[in-house]
Design a protein. Structure first.
Length: 131
């Protein structure tokens, strides 16, 4: 599985326009990846983020997840033990994944990406014909 999806830190990802960086505090969401013969599943924890605050981008074999957490302005902050910010994580997706069939769902602050693997060639016997 490690060869099918490689975790790449944001400072290692460079595009033609430069490094993929963002302004402000960003957290790397905790991620679990598991799979079987037909698909890989990625679970990313982004507490406080709803589905309409998540952007998923796939270009040039790099899957980027960005969760923008809204911070409420409820007045003067007297005590802050809970760090707020947004989430950012990128993954390199190899050709073992059928990129056109990746799906995403969000529930209770957990993003679930289902990434089907490409169908392997079906083994078959090739008959020989005579001229």
């Amino acid at each position: 599985m490690a060869e099918e999806l490689q975790v790449t830190q944001k400072h290692e990802l460079a595009t033609g326009s430069g490094e993929l960086t963002r302004e402000g505090p960003y957290f790397s969401p905790a991620v679990d990846i598991y799979g079987n013969e037909t698909e890989l599943v990625l679970l990313a924890d982004m507490p406080g983020v709803t589905s309409d605050q998540v952007e998923i981008d796939l270009r040039e074999d790099v899957l980027t997840v960005l969760g923008k957490m809204k911070v409420d302005d409820n007045g003067e902050e007297l005590l802050s033990e809970y760090r707020t910010g947004s989430y950012f994580r990128s993954f390199r997706v190899t050709d073992m994944i059928d990129q056109s069939k990746i799906t995403a769902t969000m529930s209770d602050g957990v993003l679930k990406l289902v990434m089907p693997k490409v169908e392997k060639a079906v083994p078959r016997k090739i008959p020989i014909t005579t001229d």
